[in-house]
Design a protein around this ligand. Structure first.
Ligand SMILES: [Zn+2]
Length: 167
């Protein structure tokens, strides 16, 4: 990857979402400082680098968000619902997708960031984790952005961004 592509990936969270917690989350992912068990073991904080969910593989970013059995099924359901997400490769899911003229690049990244954040939240808090709960999270985000866009008279931008998810 070139330096330009690399710095564009670093800027992606700030371009795609206004949500501070999501920006901070994705910032840690792209800078390889998100505490996974593999990362925590490397810096000597934990003895085991096994995955919190399956206890079978090393808990890396790639395992946690792409490979783990705990997340694969839900990812599949999400991709069945929103076909725009089907072309993503492992790198795109882990680190993001750069703008290559894809009209849906904003929303593809936003949903991917949200899904990883949702998985990570579950890893930390062991809270509710289901396809339906994730869809509700996306719906409430769309609603929130709608109200922000309305206030700024920018509904056209809002609908352009979320168009692929609104029907
Ligand atoms: Zn696992």
């Amino acid at each position: 990857m070139s330096d330009v592509e690399c710095s564009n990936l670093f800027l992606l969270p700030f371009k795609v979402t206004l949500d501070t917690k999501l920006r901070w989350f994705q910032y840690r992912v792209v800078h390889n400082i998100l505490p996974t068990n593999a990362w925590l073991k490397k810096i000597g904080i934990t003895n085991s680098d096994f995955c919190t969910f399956c206890q079978r593989d090393k808990e890396t970013v790639k395992h946690l968000f792409v490979e783990c059995n705990k997340v694969i099924d839900i990812w599949q359901q999400i991709r069945n619902k929103w076909t725009i997400l089907r072309g993503l490769n492992t790198f795109n899911i882990c680190y993001g997708m750069l703008d290559s003229g894809n009209d849906n690049f904003m929303v593809i990244n936003h949903i991917t960031f949200m899904f990883k954040w949702y998985v990570y939240k579950y890893r930390v808090n062991q809270t509710n984790f289901s396809f339906n709960a994730f869809i509700r999270l996306v719906d409430s985000t769309i609603e929130l952005e709608y109200f922000c866009a309305q206030r700024k008279s920018a509904l056209d931008i809002h609908f352009k961004k979320w168009n692929a998810c609104l029907h």
